[in-house]
Design a protein around this ligand. Structure first.
Ligand SMILES: Cc1ncc(COP(=O)(O)O)c(C=O)c1O
Length: 389
């Protein structure tokens, strides 16, 4: 059988995945510090949230390429709570952020065109770009351990510019970034708007973790108008901690003429798939309106887990990198313990951590999920091989 070359992935299990699978198969109770599925981390969700799915009007099919008006109005209300007026006509619903990326890559790129993404970010980009025949180019992020928390991470704008070619179509920002947990600063935002306008590029801004700031709320890129064509992506999986409901959205802004054309084309893409189902769209307004209690629980968990982590790291061979928000934390750890890569040494102690290279981080970094239930977090951290040198 001939399969497409775009699916000729190396599907072989790597050493770490194999060791993890074998530990699980052997029945070793792993202390999993990577748990990031909010539906299995012990949060209490909106009472009766499933009742929203049983509405009788959901029995009627009312296809709309961008999603039902009532559902889009609910997303507009979410942005209005963030202080931004977004017309519902500029909002398109999708079943996942990945689907939203894919729509946008197809809207903006011919095969072989380029998209710029940060080096150290969400690994799924590689697959989405690959499936849509788009080339990812990277721009570096720099970490300054001596800067204050809000300025520890910075985009290397010079390198970003150096990587723009005649085939570049868009810059992707993750705000706050996964796994570094830093937001794009206002200064960087101004520079990026200027750059995109000058080079005729679109901005794609993934804000799924926007609401999970550890300090002050941070400004969204969603807007009524923006200096360049801008697409903001977010969705229920993080905003309401409901990944099982499969509902995300794209908010488009930019100069009026460009938006009109972008939305007209995007509408045809969305109409081709019509992927939204009716019950979720009917339920969306109630879920979005009730998001705050679960967001408070999650931010409380993030803060408590960070405090436990900081206490644990005192006088050890590890330290944590500064973060402003998001669900993950990066630790600097020894590269190896007795010649074994750190994550494998942790696994030998029955603790599961994510090796940083999964996100394109250099060696000697691991990534942990701040959603981990507190007791598991404490026990797992205690067993990390970071003491006694
Ligand atoms: C940066 C980022 N964007 C998007 C997603 C996934 O969002 P969705 O569930 O809407 O596809 C994730 C999931 O972890 C993520 O880390």
């Amino acid at each position: 059988m001939n399969f497409s070359t775009r699916t000729s992935w190396n599907l072989a299990e790597n050493d770490f995945a194999k060791a993890t699978r074998m530990a699980r198969e052997a029945g070793r109770g792993l202390l999993d510090l990577t748990a990031s599925n909010p539906t299995s981390c012990g949060f209490s969700l909106l009472p009766g949230f499933l009742d929203e799915l049983a509405r009788s009007d959901a029995a009627t099919y009312m296809p709309d390429p961008f999603g039902m008006l009532s559902a889009r109005a609910a997303v507009a209300a979410y942005y209005s709570d963030l202080g931004v007026n977004v017309p519902y006509e500029h909002i398109a619903l999708t079943t996942s952020t990945s689907e939203a990326y894919s729509y946008l890559f197809r809207l903006l790129c011919n095969a072989g065109d380029e998209i710029l993404v940060a080096q150290t970010s969400y690994p799924l980009f590689d697959f989405i770009a690959n499936l849509d025949d788009v080339c990812l180019k990277h721009y570096p992020l720099h970490y300054d351990p001596n800067a204050d928390e809000d300025h520890s991470w910075a985009i290397d704008l010079d390198m970003l510019v150096a990587n723009i070619t005649s085939r570049t179509r868009a810059i992707v920002l993750v705000h706050p970034n996964n796994p570094t947990g830093h937001y794009v600063s206002l200064k960087e935002r101004a520079a990026l708007y200027q750059l995109c306008s000058a080079h005729n590029l679109a901005l794609i801004v993934d804000e799924v973790f926007l609401d999970y700031s550890l300090s002050l709320p941070q400004a969204t890129f969603a807007a009524t108008e923006s200096p360049c064509l801008t697409f903001v992506l977010s969705g229920l999986s993080k905003v309401c901690a409901l990944p099982q409901m499969k509902c995300s959205w794209i908010v488009t802004s930019g100069p009026k003429e460009i938006i009109r054309e972008a939305l007209a084309r995007l509408e045809v893409i969305a109409d081709t798939f019509l992927s939204m189902n009716a019950p979720i769209q009917h339920a969306l307004p109630g879920w979005l309106a009730g998001r705050r209690p679960v967001q408070r629980q999650i931010i409380g968990r993030m803060r408590d887990n960070l405090a436990t982590l900081d206490a644990r790291l005192l006088d050890t061979s590890a330290h944590r990198l500064a973060l402003q928000g998001g669900w993950t934390v990066v630790l600097r750890v020894p590269r190896t313990i007795n010649d074994v890569p750190f994550a494998e040494a942790a696994l030998a102690n029955d603790v599961l951590v994510q090796p940083g290279d999964f996100y394109g981080l250099p060696e000697g970094r691991i990534v942990l999920s701040l959603l981990t239930p507190p007791d598991l977090w404490r026990r797992g951290l205690t067993c990390l091989p970071i003491d006694g040198e």
